[in-house]
Design a protein around this ligand. Structure first.
Ligand SMILES: C=CC1=C(C)c2cc3[nH]c(cc4nc(cc5[nH]c(cc1n2)c(C)c5CCC(=O)O)C(CCC(=O)O)=C4C)c(C)c3C=C
Ligand SMILES: [Fe+2]
Length: 464
């Protein structure tokens, strides 16, 4: 097991004192409307679509280094970027840009990375405890991981790079980094915690369309990393993997992405790799039943899961060549929404409620019987609902030329039997979209509630 000090494990440098000048984001925003609402409700500081900035200076040396790499002449050209560089050349620090300075607190009632908008870059990683690792080792690991994440996500970071630090994220701010930890069913047997195993971690049923790879499914521990900068996300992954040494080893890892903040002209719901606007009809924190649907209540069972949630993770491959052969009108019928703007085929605009009872003039249902939104809707599943927070993935092109690409689907709910399971049961046979999908791996994880100052994730389980 690693004996790294906290600073040595987690240190990320900053150069000089914080400059809290209240610099605000300008024109950034790829998060969808629902997600923005979620972020605001969750206390994430925002300016427009993206978080308001904690500003930190960039030194003259670093900025000149950047200018040298990118071409100082180009950077010095007029406009806002030119002004920033000129200030740095004069020795004045400049604020971190919008994306870098966005900061999501690690501590809170719920773990971060559930209700906030999914970031531009994601890593989903499962670890298995190594042979001989016990409950005490697991507790020490969760303590190390929590300390590391507390530091990496902080607006104020250590003043000097730690000896071990790869410095991959040396110049960047927190960039909306979140790290979310969960426990798989197998964790409880391995640590002698069988009596604390939640009923909700019962194995997911087999679905007819599943083509699951066991090596890329489940795992003792699950870590979800999200950040709006790829280097920040990689750095977090690397730090956590190193901190796991001697206690847990990576079982599988998946890398995903979403639209980069600022890539769209205004805040809007993101698109998946089929080109559809995806995430419109997610539960919103302002919904009266949001917390009940997504989080285990205080007094729920088991007690250590209060404020927690259950994550269903599915690597869903998209059969993109088949999909792309469909005319857009057919694609829209499969989903039940327009491709261009996400409006339901029953009429209105993106956020108009879907009218499942509406008929066209020719007597056909406006939303087809096997349309994805009809089959997945709470109204078709006894009210079952989940919060979807996905990343796209692309792992290259197969020998036959087909892309290995799709969705790292992550569904959050207070109880999988009232969320993912009934909906997937229905989709499995009756969804027109399922012809274009292949579920290739699966995991179910108990994600405990958030932590207070000095606590570590899972403490109530591991010390209860
Ligand atoms: C078991 C749950 C679901 C799986 C698996 C799933 C996979 C999946 N979905 C899309 C694309 C879209 N899904 C949309 C809506 C939607 N999907 C689910 C559930 C699962 N999807 C629900 C509950 C809903 C909301 C239904 C409603 O109440 O209206 C949409 C429409 C836009 C939106 O509301 O988000 C799209 C598009 C893909 C590509 C996919 C697997 C790769
Ligand atoms: Fe869906």
């Amino acid at each position: 097991m690693s004996n790294m000090s906290k600073a040595a494990r987690t240190g990320r440098p900053r150069n000089g004192a914080a400059m809290d000048d209240g610099t605000e984001a300008g024109g950034a925003g790829a998060a969808n409307g629902a997600a923005i609402g979620q972020a605001e409700a969750n206390g994430v500081a925002r300016s427009g679509a993206r978080p308001r900035q904690e500003s930190a200076p960039i030194s003259r040396r670093r900025l000149l280094g950047t200018a040298g790499a990118a071409g100082a002449a180009g950077l010095m050209a007029g406009g806002a970027a030119g002004a920033g560089v000129a200030a740095a050349v004069d020795g004045e620090p400049v604020a971190l840009a919008t994306v870098g300075s966005a900061h999501i607190p690690f501590e809170g009632a719920h773990q971060a990375g559930i209700v906030q908008p999914a970031q531009a870059r994601g890593h989903l990683v499962a670890f298995d405890l190594v042979a001989g690792a016990d409950r005490k080792d697991a507790a020490a690991l969760l303590r190390r991981w929590s300390d590391a994440v507390r530091t990496m996500t902080a607006a104020d970071r250590p003043s000097a790079p730690a000896a071990y630090d790869d410095q991959v994220a040396y110049d960047a701010g927190p960039s909306s980094l979140t790290v979310t930890f969960g426990f798989g069913r197998s964790f409880f047997g391995r640590t002698g915690l069988g009596s604390a195993l939640p009923e909700a971690l019962a194995p997911l049923p087999d679905f007819a369309g599943d083509r699951l790879d066991a090596a890329r499914s489940n795992g003792d521990l699950w870590v979800q990393i999200g950040a709006d900068d790829a280097l920040v996300a990689f750095h977090a992954l690397r730090v956590l993997q190193k901190a796991a040494g001697g206690t847990a080893a990576v079982r599988w890892q998946m890398n995903g992405f979403n639209r980069t903040p600022g890539a769209a002209p205004h805040p809007m719901t993101g698109r998946n790799l089929m080109g559809q606007i995806d995430g419109t009809n997610n539960p919103k924190p302002s919904d009266p039943d949001f917390a009940r649907r997504v989080f285990v209540p205080a007094g729920g069972s088991p007690g250590w899961m209060a404020g927690g949630s259950y994550a269903v993770v599915r690597r869903i491959r998209m059969l993109l060549d088949d999909w792309d052969h469909l005319a857009v009108a057919r694609q829209e019928k499969v989903i039940g929404r327009r491709k261009s703007d996400g409006a339901p085929l029953s009429g209105g605009t993106e956020f108009t409620p879907v009218d499942l009872a509406k008929f066209n003039a020719d007597g056909s249902p406006a939303i087809a019987g096997d349309a994805h939104v009809r089959v997945a809707a709470p109204a078709s599943n006894g009210g079952a609902a989940m919060l979807r927070r996905a990343f796209s993935y692309h792992d290259g092109i197969d020998q036959d030329g087909t892309p290995d690409a799709g969705l790292l689907f992550v569904a959050w709910q207070a109880d999988p039997l009232k969320g993912f399971v009934p909906v997937q049961r229905k989709l499995d046979g009756g969804d027109g979209l399922s012809r274009f999908l292949r579920h290739e791996s699966s995991g179910l994880f108990a994600v405990p509630g958030g932590v207070g100052r000095g606590e570590y994730v899972g403490q109530r389980l591991l010390e209860g």
